[in-house]
Design a protein around this ligand. Structure first.
Ligand code: UGB
Length: 596
């Protein structure tokens, strides 16, 4: 009461709300006015931030927490009453006529899109201290994920404007969601590299706030153990991106500018985002031609692989917590297996005759049509279905081992949509696989044989494999891969082929620039850095770097090349980004073409 005299009217309202929500413990230790007044002010500044960054404010957060904690205590399953089945989606077969048609439709439309990259997470599972966007996507060129994404979007923009004969040269906005953990290093990475060629005004950073931690089933807000004037906070999850986009006002601005699509992607989905790779243009083409409000990109998924499964959920009576009779939605990997077992599939999540789980894997690459997205967010203010995952001390489920918090995922957006919403998904070819960079070497080496490692090693090898196979499909003779073991992970090693997105964006681009009379040996490295490089009659056995603006690569090129050297991940004499891969490139000899 006495402390009210040092508070502003807004702060008094916040204090009243906290007291009403049963949070009086937050103030019980407060000394007389005049003592720690600065800290008390800081406390209310934090409360105001927590209040304004959550749809519905802190009181909604506390009420939602109480409800979800009560459900968790009684073991309520959010999928109770739902039967899972395999949904049908659009399957893309790389390079066929349908694929090329969709790719073209997608490229044309791309200039009317905005890209949103969720990058608020730290690479805790990866065991890498920096931001993941700064990691090299592959070590042949050392280009980082951020550079790759930015250059890919710029190439897509240029190609799209050219194809659509757009005189205005539309710019594709790139939004990056950061957090306290990643914001400053993300800005630093962009600024110190001149935004990798993008206009700085084209990049918009939105920072997500953390949410309050909870000490018990009554949603008692946890105080920071090191500061009694601070509420302990933890990340709320990538689902925050919807509320942030809504509150930023960007969506309406985009609508006025003629933007029609919003494409979401994650920080190390390197392979799939490779815009020079087919995924984005072709799946945007699917959204355009099928009129999907929501289109999730999916990949063939190994049973129990740590990516969510796209699932059709049908409710027995049509009345459900999710308020829909049936929907196609991501079911997280830790929930899919128990859900299948509980609904008559005794073996749970297992591979079928294709060698993959029948449930396609969610890669969190979402394409939303802007207008229905705005309509929905006007109703929900961007609030996304949440969950809580407390670690209980014992089976009475009355106390937690450590504080917990509510979490949300961006792919849960369709859960609140009406049954009339057009929600679909697009699955890529099986040869592609999925190779995000998420696991540290020890955890990756423990992945069951045959399942993807999701490590820096497999992520880099997947780029070479994808590029090699694309060249092969375009007619180049590419030698078969060998297998090797790095950091305890057995991987296929294909020729190290990389190209800049300017060189080729679509499969049609590759075919135009490649003559069938070319060959590349397994130990070779081929780097294409410019748009007018033609692979004519090249026979490569060694390393060739084509930096030249206009060149026809013809004849035999042979040299000692670049060699992959094994590196132990525990060997601290190498930088972290090398150790997490288990190899480094020894540049022995190469032919480099530099003349303009
Ligand atoms: N992220 C944020 O921006 N903010 C946050 O608070 C948290 C994360 P993870 P996750 O494709 O492999 C997802 O931690 O959540 C960003 C899907 O849920 O790498 O375990 C973060 O920076 C799952 O269905 O992944 O699993 C990163 O860019 C499956 O598809 C992104 O969110 C899986 O990804 C993902 O965060 C996958």
């Amino acid at each position: 009461q006495k402390n009210l005299t040092v508070l502003s009217p807004e702060q008094i309202e916040l204090a009243k709300m906290l007291l009403l929500e049963g949070q009086k413990h937050l103030f019980e230790h407060w000394p007389e006015p005049g003592v720690d007044d600065g800290k008390k002010k800081d406390f209310f500044e934090q409360v105001a931030r927590l209040n304004s960054s959550y749809p519905g404010g802190l009181s909604s957060y506390i009420q939602n927490a109480k409800r979800l904690l009560a459900d968790s205590k009684v073991g309520k399953n959010p999928y109770d009453g739902f039967t899972p089945s395999v949904p049908s989606g659009q399957v893309l077969t790389f390079g066929d006529a349908d694929f090329i048609r969709l790719e073209e439709a997608g490229i044309k439309e791309a200039r009317k899109s905005a890209f949103v990259l969720v990058a608020g997470g730290l690479g805790e599972r990866l065991g890498y201290k920096g931001i993941k966007l700064a990691l090299p996507i592959e070590t042949t060129t050392g280009r980082c994920f951020m550079q790759h994404y930015v250059e890919s979007i710029l190439a897509l923009q240029e190609s799209s404007c050219r194809l659509a004969q757009d005189q205005h040269q539309s710019e594709i906005p790139l939004v990056i969601m950061t957090s306290d953990d990643t914001h400053t290093p993300t800005i630093k990475l962009l600024e110190s590299n001149n935004y990798f060629g993008m206009k700085s005004t084209q990049v918009i950073l939105l920072k997500q706030e953390k949410v309050a931690c909870l000490d018990d089933n009554d949603a008692t807000l946890a105080l920071d153990p090191n500061d009694k004037y601070k509420i302990q906070t933890k990340p709320h999850g990538h689902g925050d991106v919807h509320a942030l986009l809504y509150s930023s006002g960007l969506l309406n601005k985009w609508k006025q500018e003629g933007i029609k699509w919003v494409l979401f992607f994650q920080d190390t989905n390197g392979l799939l985002f490779k815009v020079d790779f087919p995924a984005i243009p072709a799946s945007l083409g699917v959204s355009v031609t099928k009129g999907y409000h929501v289109n999730s990109l999916a990949v063939p998924r190994k049973a129990k692989e740590a990516i969510g499964g796209i699932t059709k959920l049908t409710h027995t009576d049509g009345i459900s917590v999710l308020s829909r009779r049936s929907m196609v939605i991501n079911v997280e990997y830790n929930q899919l297996d128990p859900l299948l077992r509980a609904t008559g599939h005794a073996d749970g999540d297992v591979n079928c005759e294709t060698g993959f789980s029948p449930f396609p894997g969610n890669i969190n690459q979402l394409i939303l049509e802007l207008e229905p997205y705005i309509e929905e967010l006007n109703k929900t203010r961007g609030a996304i279905s949440e969950f809580v995952n407390p670690k209980y001390k014992d089976s009475t489920k009355t106390a937690f081992k450590s504080s917990t918090r509510l979490e949300c995922m961006m792919q849960d957006y369709p859960k609140s949509l009406s049954p009339s919403a057009r929600v679909g998904f697009t699955v890529m070819d099986t040869w592609l696989g999925y190779a995000p960079v998420k696991n540290n070497p020890e955890d990756a080496a423990k992945v069951p044989k045959g399942n993807p490692y999701h490590s820096a090693t497999s992520g880099e090898m997947a780029i070479y494999k994808a590029n090699s196979i694309i060249l092969k499909k375009a007619g180049v003779q590419i030698a078969d891969p060998i297998t090797d073991v790095f950091n305890g992970q057995e991987v296929e090693v294909w020729p190290r082929v990389t190209w800049n997105p300017k060189w080729a964006l679509t499969f049609s681009d590759v075919k135009r620039k490649v003559n069938e009379a070319c060959s590349v040996s397994q130990r070779s490295t081929l780097v294409i850095n410019n748009s007018n490089v033609i692979l004519d009659t090249l026979s490569l056995d060694g390393t060739l770097i084509a930096n030249e603006v206009e060149v026809k690569l013809a004849g035999a090129v042979q040299n000692k090349g670049w060699v992959l050297q094994h590196v132990d991940h525990k060997d601290s004499s190498n930088p972290e980004e090398i150790r997490i891969r288990g190899f480094k490139i020894q540049k022995v000899e190469q032919l480099e073409l530099n003349h303009v």
